[in-house]
Design a protein around this ligand. Sequence first.
Ligand SMILES: Nc1nc2c(ncn2[C@@H]2O[C@H](COP(=O)(O)OP(=O)(O)OP(=O)(O)O)[C@@H](O)[C@H]2O)c(=O)[nH]1
Ligand SMILES: [Mg+2]
Length: 364
Amino acid sequence: MLSLILPTYNEAENIAELLPRIRTVLKDVAHEIIIVDDDSPDETWKVAQRIAHDLGDVHVIRRVGRRGLSSAVIEGFLSAKGDVLAVMDADGQHDMGLLTQLHAAVAEHGGIAIGSRYVAGGSVGEWDEQRYMLSRIATRMAIRLCAVKVKDPMSGFFAIARSTFEDIHPRLNPKGFKILLDLLVHAKKDTGVRELPFSFGIRAHGESKLSRRVQLEFLEYLYDVTLGRVIPLTFVKYCIVGLVGVGVHLGAYMGFSALLTHDAQLSLMGFSIALVGAIETAIVFNFWLNNLWTFAHARLKGWALIPGFLKYNVACAFGALANYAVSTFLFSLAWAELTSVVIGACIGIVWNYTMSRMFAWRSA
Ligand SMILES: Nc1nc2c(ncn2[C@@H]2O[C@H](COP(=O)(O)OP(=O)(O)OP(=O)(O)O)[C@@H](O)[C@H]2O)c(=O)[nH]1
Ligand SMILES: [Mg+2]
């Protein structure tokens, strides 16, 4: 039996057109169709549920509060009944005529069968030069990581034997868009893979979800499955935010001190006030960027931001105090303003790091 997963986000118009056509194509293959929708604002799930109501072999999973193509596909696979699992975009770009061949290839040989744009006879259709180049570069980088080499590891159109999926599943890192790549990265080397050519079509209705964020997630994924195994991505992001934060600290200090300088003179009091303003500005900035990027997977929203921000201030308090004490001390000894500010900021960072090593992660 074939279980076909259709991941959807804002595909209400497409799904209504697609389902009857898929059923015609698969009329001679025992199958079920599982639509996994991430609570689309255009209510794709509602349209799909209405259609599924009359059709025993169509099921809808509506995921609330979660987003992500890879994780949606995995959720579909996990709830499927078939011994062959397949996935296809729900926007009409994948040639559904190939479905029976993908199914037959896996039913006969096991492993994975890919609808491939980069083998002879396949094509990407009407992409502009920029998208084509980006895709080629990303594909080349991706191929290097795959345990099993293929021409199109980024295709969203493939079938996989249930047993192969179950074997790989515990090792998956379902971040972002590229579920096939993740399967090929974590597959056993001797997994049988076949590529069948197809031409990538034009989206029937609606908009692409291949945003800049998705592209950034792809780069993060590449890091995760290589260097990220030694140095976690979250730590690297935290350090990058910290470094940018030093720049913000300096910039804010210069702004505040300009306001407090009179007749080209900055008193110790003025210096202290500018410094406190700069330290808090840097704390606000670091909190904002860490919340947006470093810890995006656990992002605080709405009212939860307030206690989160207060706790973050407590966590930074010792470093901030060390920063303040060193900078004002140096300034009172008549050191140059900016030198005092930069040395204070560095001491604050070293202090935070040392305290963390000594008390929080003693044995790390
Ligand atoms: N459940 C779920 N489905 C998604 C998500 N993002 C994209 N999809 C679906 O995954 C499929 C592929 O997304 P597309 O936006 O078509 O990506 P693409 O085909 O690479 O890009 P285009 O050529 O611009 O269409 C479509 O059926 C989308 O509706 C998501 O976050 N959750
Ligand atoms: Mg598409």
